[in-house]
Ligand binder design. Structure first.
Ligand SMILES: Nc1nc2c(c(=O)[nH]1)N[C@H]1C(S)=C(S)[C@@H](COP(=O)(O)OP(=O)(O)OC[C@H]3O[C@@H](n4cnc5c(N)ncnc54)[C@H](O)[C@@H]3O)O[C@H]1N2
Ligand code: MOO
Ligand SMILES: [Mg+2]
Length: 414
């Protein structure tokens, strides 16, 4: 039985990120939202493109207005009005000024903007009432970004902030990593689909939906293969097919020690190499992880996660191991590791201390302090009811049997 940290290290070492030269596709700007950039972006544009005014006021020569006040205003002749979007026509000589609006291009000869609240206008004259700072309220060309330097690196997620930059530099076609394909299958004779009336002894295959949603939330593409009976031949056929159509295959159920737990033996009969057979964690102990030789020279070798059937075990093992693996595989340059933050236990937490124990519940922020509230009801890995509205997992380490209320704990967040 591997420790959680050894299992995590083993799994993440198995993951080879997508190749930014081969596994990419081109998308439009908005379609790129949430995708991972596969080529670095630079621009031939300076930002700002030219010196422009940060205020509604007057463009002047600093030399003219370096010593003025309400009592001793400097009077300048207004020779041009420059709204935003217009190319200035005049050159500001000494004793002259231009009326300028926010965002408008600075006229040649001017180097400073006096905001209008610090002036008085009389027809075509402007009275400057306070001495400005040199170059005040001028947004200098290239002061934000110099044309040709790197703008966005490979391996970042493109969110609204990045799309703003990409739109501004007129980068309308983006090279992004293709989405990871994740095949999902559930094993068990007791399983039926949500639409099927339940007979005695049957339950709904809820894991299929949990995993598909988690895969989508992780930015990958779920391929839902449905339910496979507890029949070795059927399972072998389903897994063999899944191996040819996905980067990652996730099954749930059939990985423990029961008479109908066939997953492990089938993975081996299909040429899989088992790297993880069980982990000293609760829930999630029978987690099974295997790799397979590439199904063709072009495809990378698929990674197989055999999650335990218990619904809470599915959530915990996905959050703890599968999500970081998908993120690393997807081309993210960094930030694919699981995120733990310190929090206070809102009430006491207990464990038998034998396995690293994950308590599901809610992380809440109160007065700047994170507190963890365990889900009410039974913390049994077969209980999916109280998984609803959870957003985090508190961790009790091996040997840690009690966490007192108020004590600091590590909490895994999404
Ligand atoms: N004698 C022992 N029994 C068990 C052990 C053990 O070490 N010794 N391990 C226990 C632990 S820990 C876990 S976790 C479970 C996991 O076993 P499996 O991966 O083989 O899961 P199944 O037996 O197929 O199902 C377990 C449980 O979950 C329900 N299930 C299965 N698939 C789904 C699904 N798609 N959606 C919803 N619920 C599902 C299934 O009905 C069972 O109730 O083994 C323990 N046993
Ligand atoms: O590993 Mo399990 O503790 O029942 O999910
Ligand atoms: Mg079983």
């Amino acid at each position: 039985m591997l420790s959680v940290s050894d299992a995590e290290a083993t799994i993440l070492q198995l993951v080879q990120p997508l190749d930014s030269r081969r596994h990419t596709e081109v998308t439009d700007l908005l379609a790129a939202n949430g995708r991972i950039l596969a080529s670095p972006v630079t621009s031939h544009l300076d930002f700002p493109h030219w010196d422009n005014s940060a205020m509604d006021g007057y463009a002047v020569r600093y030399e003219d207005v370096r010593d003025c006040s309400e009592e001793k205003p400097v009077v300048l002749e207004i020779i041009e009005e420059i709204p935003a979007g217009v190319q200035p026509k005049s050159i500001i000589q000494s004793g002259k000024a231009a009326r300028i609006l926010t965002g408008a291009v600075m006229p040649d000869g001017a180097d400073t903007v006096v905001m209008q609240e610090r002036t008085r206008r009389e027809e075509n004259q402007v009275f400057i009432l306070t001495t400005p700072k040199p170059k005040e309220f001028v947004r200098q060309q290239a002061s934000y970004y110099k044309a040709g330097s790197q703008l966005l690196p490979v391996g970042i997620v493109l969110n609204a902030q990045e799309l703003a930059v990409l739109a501004a530099v007129q980068c309308t076609k983006l090279n992004v990593f293709r989405r990871i394909r994740v095949a999902i299958l559930s094993t068990g004779d007791e399983l039926v689909t949500p639409e099927t009336p339940l007979q005695a002894g049957q339950i709904v295959d809820s894991n299929q939906y949990t995993i598909a949603a988690l895969v989508q939330q992780t930015g990958a593409q779920p391929i839902m293969l449905g339910i496979v009976r507890d029949d070795p031949a059927a399972l072998e056929e389903a897994i063999a097919r899944a191996l040819t159509q996905a980067d990652i295959i996730i099954s749930s159920g059939g990985v423990s020690v029961g008479d109908h737990d066939y997953v492990e033996q089938i993975l081996e009969s299909l040429g899989g190499k088992i790297h993880v057979r069980s982990v000293a964690m609760k829930p999630g102990k029978p987690l099974t992880v295997a790799t397979f030789p590439p199904s063709s020279p072009l495809s990378s070798s698929p990674l197989y996660f055999g999650l335990p059937g218990n619904p809470a075990a599915v959530l915990v093992t996905f959050w703890r191991f599968v999500q970081p693996a998908i993120k690393k595989l997807s081309g993210l340059a960094e930030g694919w590791e699981p995120k733990f933050i310190k929090a206070r236990a809102s009430q006491e937490l207990r464990s038998d201390g034998k396995r690293e124990t994950y308590v599901w519940g809610q992380m809440r922020l109160r007065d700047g302090i994170y507190s963890f509230y365990p889900a009410s009801g039974v913390q049994n890995s077969g209980n999916l009811i109280n998984l609803a509205q959870t957003n985090s997992l508190a961790v009790l380490l091996v040997g840690q049997t009690l966490v007192a209320a108020g004590e600091e704990i590590q909490v895994l967040i999404q």
